[in-house]
Design a protein around this ligand. Structure first.
Ligand code: UFG
Length: 363
């Protein structure tokens, strides 16, 4: 299949591109680098040993998107393009609604125009309401989202359900991610948040490598195994494989289906810190601070529907994720911040919207 990956150089998108290529699919990738680095394009080509077309575009630009769909016969879209910081979404809600809803609508319009009927959407466990029992199943209550980011995912799910209902023959999978962690085994791609990380794993990794002084533990007085928050951390490679399984599932189906992608296991902040220290041999200084507003004590998935219907289960452990995050962090202590390479790549992209030029062929 030829898959258009919107937002394909971000953390989840980039790992998914590798899994798609490994699975024998062709990919056409687009990103505007608003929260990722152009360096990723070359790294993906190097790791996979495969060339793929790349477009430096904002997918909300419908004319440019139309150009991509005209250049390539697309069979399926995977939609990762969007803003994803919970805290930022509270400060700039309009940007989040415009960007996340706008990208979803633009992609649906391009699909309608070009007769593409399959889409996999990057949703989130954040769409679930806060009063639910754990573990969360796909039938747990949604809505009452804690922040605008969560609402954008909730609304995009609704847009996609309505678009699938209006276009007979469309098949849409909404994938609700739990907490992605880890990095590709090569250590050449990984999570590289802009500025100070708000998520736990990148904060731990940056503390271990000496970029941050100490980890703030947001509360140790929850009713959990050791008082710290419990989450369902899923290795990024497993999450990426979930997308390949979802694409296979769409074949011959119509309508919308929803899947939790998680491990079904909860891990506390202290458990994750200890696993990281063990995997890295580095110490992660910590201090307990107050609870973070909006945090749940415990959140984990019932992932049995994905196992039953997609034939997918998360296979990697927290220990694997810590070892892989550490490899990425050690090899790239400043993330993708490689100013010379980034500038060269940005310049070459500025002169060509589709990077089929030699600057991308494996440097
Ligand atoms: N935590 C700390 N210190 C930190 C960061 C986090 O103690 O510096 C704790 C949190 O309190 C929580 C746990 O680590 O108990 C995980 O926090 P994250 O910020 O890594 O993840 P969240 O579960 O809060 O949210 C993430 C994404 C959301 C997504 C959600 C899905 O940020 O976008 O997972 O469950 F919706």
């Amino acid at each position: 299949m030829r898959i258009f990956v919107a937002g394909g150089t971000g953390y989840i998108g980039s790992h998914t591109v590798l899994e798609l290529l490994a699975g024998g699919h062709d990919v056409v990738v687009a990103d505007d680098f608003s929260n990722s680095s152009p360096v990723v394009v070359n790294r993906l080509r190097q790791i996979s040993g495969k060339f793929f077309p790349f477009y430096n575009i904002d997918v909300r630009d419908e004319a440019k998107l139309d150009g991509v769909f005209s250049d390539h016969k697309i069979d399926c879209v995977i939609h990762f393009a969007g803003m994803k910081s919970v805290g930022e979404s509270v400060k700039m809600p309009l940007a989040y609604y415009a960007d996340n809803l706008g990208a979803t609508i633009a992609l649906c319009r391009a699909m309608e125009k070009h007769g593409v009927s399959k889409l996999v959407f990057s949703s989130s466990a954040t769409v679930y309401s806060s009063g639910n029992q754990m573990p969360l199943t796909e039938d747990s209550a949604v809505g009452n989202c804690a922040n605008p980011y969560g609402w954008t995912k909730y609304m995009c799910e609704q847009i996609l359900r309505d678009a699938a209902a209006a276009n007979s023959g469309w098949s849409v999978a909404l994938l609700r991610y739990f907490n992605p962690v880890g990095a590709h085994i090569s250590g050449d791609i990984g999570e590289d948040p802009l500025g100070t990380p708000s998520n736990l794993m990148p904060y731990i990794a940056q503390t271990a490598v000496g970029r941050r002084e100490s980890l703030n533990v947001y509360g140790d007085d929850y009713d959990t195994i050791d008082g710290t928050g419990v989450r369902d951390y899923i290795h990024i490679d497993d999450l990426a494989k979930g997308h390949v399984a979802a694409i296979n599932h769409l074949e011959g189906k119509t309508g919308t289906s929803v899947f939790n992608l998680g491990t079904g296991k909860g891990t506390s902040v202290y458990e994750l810190v200890r696993a990281f220290e063990k995997a890295s041999g580095a110490s992660v200084p910590q201090k307990v601070v107050g609870r973070r507003e909006g945090d749940l004590p415990i959140c984990y998935a019932d992932a049995s529907k994905a196992a039953r219907e997609l034939g997918w289960i998360a296979e990697k452990s927290i220990e694997d994720a810590c070892a892989d995050s550490w490899r990425w962090q050690k090899k790239n202590p400043d993330g993708y911040l490689d100013t010379i390479a980034s500038t060269q790549v940005r310049n070459s992209l500025a002169s060509s919207s589709c990077s089929s030029n030699s600057a991308f062929s494996g440097t």
